[in-house]
Design a protein around this ligand. Structure first.
Ligand code: SF4
Length: 482
């Protein structure tokens, strides 16, 4: 987009993105310091990290490689019109055009705490595989030998190998797309509206484009792979999708899957569901597919968490207690410092225990998985967690109810998108999980007024969950009436 887009349509970089850049730079500096300390017997050369990549720095890098420097930091690799700058180039035995040694790449990535699958394997975004593989290709050109592996450094104990002999999924396709795009041919590189757009500088531009074209990526769950596959069938707009016969589309999708389109684990009923969602999108009216009921409890707790996953820090558990016949009351368990995470979580469990008869509501799996992680991190008693969020836990995940029983004329089924659609308003116009993380970082650096904003936003989130539950009941009653 930066090459071919209209730069006047770019919006300011989101403050959270800036924060992540800063954290990334700080993390990289820390890792390099400790890496040098741990390998103090090895030679080290930095290739002017402050300067932008250039031919001159590529020459300096080659010189360092020819000199046999053990660790090269921020080296520049150039091959034709391709340029890469791995954080580290590490020397290893094995002949190459440099002599009896060659280099392999390692990139340092700031670890997100949710970066592990339930089975313990690391989640590595496909772009990171592509990046390391790309460095492997550049190295093959520069040193006449492709290293067997490159690495992603997350932490000292989590250095992940990336094989460099087999191209990762969709790599060639992506490189071709990029080359086309850099030559001004944007065909096939059009926007796909997705969950990352909210933090992207091009969000307004891409959203206007998608709205104007009524692009299929505006339909819930139509991501990049789905869009590419549907485009193969000539389906580009929401109207095109809504006009499909669901059975015919399902058969066509299976045929295309055999040719490598879509993805292996794609649910078999997704094409038919997407046709329904496209129709709902055009009608602008949400639909309840199955009856929804909630327990008739005297007390309800609507619970929402605020955390900064890049810092592994949960700073707020918010809970709205609603008792029949009383005004709802908001409770905030807020960490004034990073070391209060354990205490606020204990207080939250105490609060749950004080209201054993309350039905607890939350939106999405995030609260559940985060609490589970906190229990293990701080060695907390899990009785209260098991009662509410365990296998037979009584807490109700409204997101599950929404996705299993309803459809909306919306791109996202997040609580904000749905509640805003239904008329709920957040107090702060810039409210959002990303904004809350930025506010918390400002609070920790001395801006005490931010605390009120954080609490207000979280209270609104809890109220939104309660609002949504009541709206679902109203919609259900209306459905029963007709
Ligand atoms: S589609 Fe989304 S993520 Fe991609 S450039 Fe546009 S706004 Fe950014």
């Amino acid at each position: 987009m930066d090459f071919n887009g209209d730069l006047s349509l770019k919006v300011d970089v989101h403050p959270l993105v800036k924060l992540l850049w800063e954290s990334g730079v700080q993390y990289e500096a820390k890792v390099i310091e400790s890496y040098q300390r741990d390998h103090s017997e090895k030679s080290f050369r930095a290739i002017d990290p402050e300067k932008p990549a250039s031919e001159a720095l590529a020459k300096e890098t080659l010189k360092a490689m020819q000199d046999g420097i053990d660790i090269i930091y921020q080296g520049v690799l150039i091959s034709g019109n391709k340029l890469g700058r791995p954080d580290l180039l590490l020397k290893t035995p094995g002949s190459s055009s440099l002599g009896a040694h060659h280099y392999y790449p390692m990139d340092i990535k700031l670890t997100r705490i949710d970066a592990t699958w339930d089975d313990g394997n690391e989640k590595v975004p496909i772009e990171q595989f592509w990046q390391i593989y790309f460095y492997g290709e550049l190295l093959e050109h520069v040193q006449g030998k492709r290293p067997e592996k490159g690495y992603i450094y997350k932490t000292k104990s989590r250095i992940l190998p990336i094989p460099l002999y087999k191209a990762p999924k969709n790599y060639e396709w992506s490189v071709n797309q990029l080359e086309n795009y850099l030559q001004g041919n944007a065909f096939g590189a059009e926007p796909t509206i997705n969950s990352n757009c909210g933090l992207c500088d091009w969000k307004d531009s891409c959203r206007s484009w998608a709205d104007e074209k009524q692009d299929i990526s505006l339909v819930y769950y139509v991501g990049q792979a789905m869009k590419l596959g549907l485009n193969q069938l000539g389906i580009r707009s929401i109207e095109d999708l809504a006009a499909q016969d669901p059975d015919y589309l399902t058969r066509k999708v299976i045929e295309l899957k055999n040719q490598g389109f879509f993805w292996n684990a794609m649910p078999a009923d997704l094409p038919a569901k997407s046709v329904v969602r496209a129709k709902i999108h055009l009608s602008k009216k949400p639909v309840i597919h199955n009856p929804i009921t909630f327990p008739d409890a005297e007390k309800e707790i609507h619970y929402d968490i605020e955390d900064d996953p890049t810092q592994d820090f949960v700073y707020l558990h918010g809970a709205l207690l609603i008792e029949k016949g009383k005004e709802p009351k908001y409770y905030a368990f807020f960490a004034e410092h990073r070391d209060e995470e354990r205490t606020i979580t204990e207080h939250l469990f105490d609060f749950f225990n004080q209201h054993p008869d309350a039905t607890v509501y939350h939106y999405s799996d995030y609260e559940k998985t985060t609490l589970k992680r906190l229990i293990s991190k701080h060695q907390l008693d899990s009785t209260s967690y098991e009662r509410l969020f365990g296998k037979n836990g009584t807490a109700i995940d409204l997101y599950k109810i929404v996705t299993e029983n309803t459809d909306w004329p919306l791109t996202s089924y997040g609580v904000k998108a749905i509640c805003k659609f239904l008329g709920f308003q957040w107090d702060a116009s810039d409210a959002g999980g990303a904004a809350s993380i930025v506010w918390m970082n400002e609070y920790l650096s001395g801006h005490t007024s931010m605390k009120e904003k954080i609490l207000r936003y979280n209270e609104d989130d809890c109220r939104a969950t309660s609002f949504l539950k009541n709206e679902l009941i109203k919609m259900q009653n209306h459905t029963n009436d007709v």
